[in-house]
Design a protein around this ligand. Structure first.
Ligand SMILES: Cc1cc2nc3c(=O)[nH]c(=O)nc-3n(C[C@H](O)[C@H](O)[C@H](O)COP(=O)(O)O)c2cc1C
Length: 379
């Protein structure tokens, strides 16, 4: 069973991820992890903090001579802006943040809550997911996250090969698949910033090369759609998740929703096994299992809650009306969120792959993958 936890505060010494259940025998490339960390820090609309940090991963445990050992892996991202001891209490809770509820729940300072609730923590979720991407790539499974809507402005993804789409995403200043929309997006973010406001939007992640049968119909807490929804929903500021056609499916008759099944033996490959679906409204998942089609998952991100023009709040000591505290903040962190969601999805897919094909070593996983492909294609 692959699982992980994170630790660390936004302005503490470092962020940590402890990954348990990662197979032995994967040669890892930390530069690839660092490239995603750099992308997580980027995207148009981010605040000052990103200029202070140069996120790089240190692998502290679980790897010997660049190869995973099968023992727990600890990843560390140090904070340049380490100043937790010097930070003062936040006096006025910000609507949309955990400041008020957390300080009541833990009978503690609001500073202590915001330091851990902060999305700075996601740098190690990205590191853990980026490591999983390297495992997935050995099976030909690839994940890509990108922005499809900024505020109410739709930026439809353009079709292309995986490499083309990765190139467009990395070229776009807001990580959409259509860099020709960058100027419109930039203007929208600039206007929002001038108004002292913030902006959210929608992210899509696709996973290609998935075999049949990751996840299961057999028990609710092992359904892959449920696991993905939790992982994506647990990213800061994500308020909605949909798979495939998602909410639109509720508005249409079944004949326009469900994907017909065909068999085209000449199209047989290790993922589809020759079963062709003319549409993919199910987004690659039926009954909690992958169905040989690409996985498509979308997430709605709310606008950042720390506003330069602060919202109505109170002074936590006097309870008198006031406006919310302002902390250095992003105007739009949607691009960063697309990288984070790509990575948390990669983690869940790797966990499901390990469940299906045994996760002690990469060699055993590959042998079982080959055996399953053979058995499934003879069925
Ligand atoms: C990449 C990323 C960056 C974020 N940056 C900020 C920020 O600079 N300021 C802020 O107030 N919230 C920011 N957030 C959102 C808060 O972390 C989040 O809204 C808060 O922890 C409350 O949690 P919830 O929105 O999930 O309920 C960011 C979220 C993400 C995903």
């Amino acid at each position: 069973m692959l699982r992980y936890w994170t630790a660390g505060e936004s302005h503490g010494k470092c962020l940590l991820a402890l990954i348990d259940g990662f197979p032995a025998g994967l040669e890892i490339d930390t530069d690839k992890i660092d490239r995603l960390l750099v992308l997580r820090q980027g995207g148009y609309g981010r605040g000052q903090r990103q200029r202070l940090e140069q996120d790089r991963v240190d692998v502290l445990t679980g790897v010997w001579k660049n190869v995973t050992l099968g023992s727990p892996i600890t990843l560390q991202v140090p904070n340049n802006d380490f100043k937790l001891e010097r930070l003062k209490e936040l006096p006025r809770p910000r609507p949309g943040h955990g400041d008020l509820s957390g300080s009541i729940k833990y009978l503690s300072s609001m500073r202590g809550i915001l330091e851990r609730a902060s999305a700075r923590e996601t740098c190690v979720r990205v590191a853990a997911g980026a490591l999983c991407q390297q495992l997935l790539e050995t099976f030909g499974i690839r994940t890509l996250g990108y922005v499809v809507q900024l505020g109410s402005q739709k930026i439809p993804p353009i079709d292309g090969t995986f490499e083309q789409r990765l190139g467009w995403r990395n070229e776009s200043i807001i990580y959409s698949l259509d860099p020709s929309q960058d100027q419109v997006a930039k203007q929208l973010i600039d206007e929002t910033q001038k108004a002292g406001d913030t902006l959210g939007g929608i992210i899509e992640v696709v996973v290609e090369g998935l075999p049949f049968g990751l996840g299961t119909h057999a028990q609710w807490d092992r359904k892959l759609d449920g696991k993905l929804a939790q992982a994506v929903m647990a990213v800061q500021a994500i308020k909605g998740v949909e798979i495939g056609m998602g909410f639109e499916a509720a508005t249409l008759p079944g004949s326009r929703v469900h994907d017909a099944i065909r068999f085209e033996s000449q199209q047989r490959n290790s993922t589809s096994l020759g079963y062709a679906r003319p549409t993919n409204n199910a987004g690659g998942l039926e009954a909690g299992m992958t169905n040989g089609q690409p996985l498509v998952i979308r997430a709605a991100k709310k606008p950042i809650s720390t506003l330069q023009k602060p919202l109505e709040s109170i002074d936590i000591d006097t309870k008198q009306p006031s406006t919310a505290s302002y902390e250095r903040s992003d105007v739009c962190a949607l691009s960063a969120a697309s990288i984070i969601i790509e990575c948390v999805v990669a983690f869940e897919i790797a966990a499901a792959l390990i469940d299906k094909f045994s996760g002690d070593s990469m060699q055993e996983m590959h042998a079982r993958w080959d055996l399953f492909q053979k058995m499934a294609s003879e069925k």
